[in-house]
Design a protein around this ligand. Structure first.
Ligand code: CA
Length: 240
């Protein structure tokens, strides 16, 4: 049975989507915001996503881009706006198809089945869309760590849906740590790979780390995302 993730913040619309999909034999998971969607796509097997574009935390188009950064799962966008330019943008950004609200259950099922057939997710169909693929080693791929989302391609970082205002160097530092998330990186390596100036003093790194910490709402004394491993370096982790 295909597993479908419904991303919709309106509880009554969400409920009716869940009912229609369940009636048609889909296993349904649901979430009300963009970060929830990213978490589900990362964590569970999802064969298709029905993505509302008006979400409380992330702009739907941005959520789509971030999903595309970590998975090739088919995405059907549901938009209230019948705006051709926007729809073309969404299709270019990686949406597989779209629905303009209000849409019928019949239309949803038909479009979803077509998308699942195309991507080989319906029983009997060949191939795989590479669902749940691990993040690639491409340093430009978006990374989600706890509630922190770093998108090196767009050069944006959001914490719990709020965009962080970072200097160029702070962003480079955060993006490098995000790309090596969970692994300790030495200050020497940061100087070589972020600053590209191996003769700069270690204190330069400390100064930038401390301002990055402040923007992440933490300090060296009570860290959440940026953990210092004494004598070794620093690592970015999801807060416990
Ligand atoms: Ca909405």
């Amino acid at each position: 049975m295909p597993s479908v993730l419904v991303v919709e913040d309106d509880p009554s619309i969400r409920q009716s989507l869940i009912e229609v999909l369940t009636e048609h034999g889909h296993v349904v998971r649901s979430t009300g915001d963009g970060f929830g969607a990213l978490r589900e796509v990362t964590r569970a097997r999802v064969d298709a996503v029905v993505l509302d574009l008006g979400l409380p935390d992330l702009d739907g188009a941005e959520a789509l881009r971030m999903i595309r950064g970590i998975s090739s799962v088919p995405v059907l966008v549901a938009t209230a706006r019948d705006d051709e330019a926007e729809i073309i943008n969404l299709l270019n950004a990686g949406a597989d198809d779209y629905l303009v609200k209000p849409f019928s259950g019949g239309q949803l099922i038909a479009r979803l089945s077509a998308v699942l057939r195309r991507t080989g997710q319906l029983p009997g169909a060949a191939g795989s869309a590479g669902i749940g693929a691990a993040p690639t080693s491409d340093p430009l791929h978006p990374v989600l760590v706890g509630e922190l989302a770093v998108d090196p391609g767009a050069r944006t970082a959001h914490l719990a849906g709020r965009e962080l205002r970072l200097t160029r160097r702070e962003f480079d530092l955060l993006a490098f740590l995000a790309h090596h998330c969970g692994h300790v990186v030495s200050k020497r390596r940061l100087l070589t790979e972020v600053w590209r100036e191996p003769y700069v003093d270690d204190q330069t790194v400390d100064v930038h780390l401390s301002s990055l910490r402040r923007k992440l709402g933490e300090s060296a004394a009570s860290p959440r995302y940026l953990l210092t491993v004494r004598g070794v370096g620093i690592k970015l982790v999801a807060p416990r």
